[in-house]
Write a protein that binds this ligand. Structure first.
Ligand code: NAD
Ligand code: IPM
Ligand code: MN
Length: 350
């Protein structure tokens, strides 16, 4: 049988540095002959060289892959070399939308031994282990807006959030199914006290889906209050479900309280399998540390476990997680180069 093809977009900044370690651990886990890797030269350099962000030929090849691994794309905020968001929207968001990756799954777990800014009075209350199911194809990410009388004192700028019944219901359903396989609780996060239209739709569909899952406990928090709970009572969460932008913001906070952005993995899933799913760390290209060999590749390595889960290789996924677990238990606050962390985790694979 032909080997499954995995497309790799290493991208910009620390992207290639962390992807190298992700691939190292992935290949050590399943062997060098399990997957065919196709590398795509996309990102800042390609754009600067050719003016191309995501040419049709690359998109076609990516669409045919069984899965996609992405490092990160984008320049330093404030950089003048690349227009802000050109690569993020033209490449990363384009792939999430084009491949209908509506479940953006972002697990957070505080591993024993990992330093956290959380108070001891919080961590002593028990394990912290939750997943954010972030909607990935709608909301404020649709680019639905405009600037009127641009450049004048009377400029009006709008960004209108798109929320469809179809899009909201399917991601809420996914969250409930995940909760049934976990501790049986879904917390919806929104802001329906202010965002009455979108919030109303989310709320109604949440109630509808909840009624079909009587075994799942439900909970709701306004997004501002959710940030407090993530810092003061993270144990209350099992599965969170929320829209695209709230999910973006909450998952950086979730990462920060569970050991840092260098540990936060993610999957952009197209559940019905019509299109490939994409696996990437939550973090970006980190221009401030790029090229120094000090980025933490653990987030990317844990994203490889999510990839293996998606491809039906759960035993291998658990092997990666166990190796990371063991590494975390030993690492304490010691700083290691990117490649050493990759080597250490690879060496712990059983
Ligand atoms: P960022 O996540 O790149 O960096 C935020 C902070 O976290 C920085 O201090 C950085 O050094 C640190 N950091 C990030 N990853 C780390 C790692 N693996 N190990 C250690 N430290 C790490 O966010 P930003 O600075 O807002 O964005 C930089 C660029 O990346 C922007 O162009 C942004 O649009 C883009 N971005 C891309 C993606 C993606 O491609 N998936 C995601 C987020 C941001
Ligand atoms: C993420 C990133 C992206 C997002 C950006 C780079 C478009 O922050 O994956 O979290 O906002 O989704
Ligand atoms: Mn983000």
């Amino acid at each position: 049988a032909p080997k499954p093809v995995i497309s790799v977009v290493a991208g910009d900044g620390i992207g290639p540095e962390v992807v190298a370690e992700g691939l190292k651990v992935l290949c050590k886990t399943v062997g060098d002959d399990t997957f065919d890797f196709v590398h795509h030269d996309l990102g800042a350099e390609r754009w600067q060289r050719t003016g191309e962000v995501l040419p049709a030929a690359d998109l076609e090849q990516l669409a045919a892959a069984q899965a996609i691994i992405l490092g990160a794309v984008g320049a330093a905020p404030g950089s003048k070399a690349i227009p802000s968001g050109l690569l993020e929207r033209g490449l990363l968001l384009k792939l999430r939308f084009e491949f209908d990756q509506y479940v953006n799954l972002r697990p957070s777990k505080l591993y024993p031994g990992v330093p956290t800014p959380l108070a001891e009075s919080v961590t002593s209350r028990g394990p912290i282990d939750f997943v954010v199911v972030r909607e990935g194809t709608e909301g404020l990410y649709c680019g639905n807006g405009g600037a009127f009388r641009a450049g004048t004192d009377y400029e009006v700028a709008t960004e209108v959030s798109i929320n469809t019944a179809h899009g909201v219901e399917r991601v809420i359903r996914d969250a409930f199914v995940r909760a049934e396989q976990r501790r049986g609780k879904v917390t919806m996060v929104h802001k329906h006290n202010v965002l009455v239209n979108a919030g109303g739709l989310w709320n109604r569909l949440f109630q509808t889906v909840a009624a079909e899952h009587p075994g799942v406990t439900t909970d709701y928090l306004h997004v501002d209050a959710a940030t407090i709970a993530l810092v003061q009572d993270p144990q209350r969460f099992d599965v969170l479900v929320t829209d695209n932008l709230f999910g973006d913001i909450l998952t950086d906070l979730a990462a920060a309280v569970t050991g840092g952005i260098g540990l936060a993995a993610s999957a952009n899933i197209n559940p019905d399998g019509t299109f490939p799913s994409m696996f990437e760390p939550v973090h970006g290209s980190a221009p401030d540390i790029a090229g120094q060999g000090i980025a933490d590749p653990t987030a990317t390595i844990l994203s490889m476990a999510l990839l293996l889960d998606h491809l039906g290789r759960s035993d291998d996924a658990r092997r990666i997680e166990a190796a990371v677990d063991a590494d975390m238990a030993e690492r304490g606050a010691t700083k290691r180069p990117t490649s050493v962390i990759g080597d250490d985790i690879a060496a712990r694979l059983k």
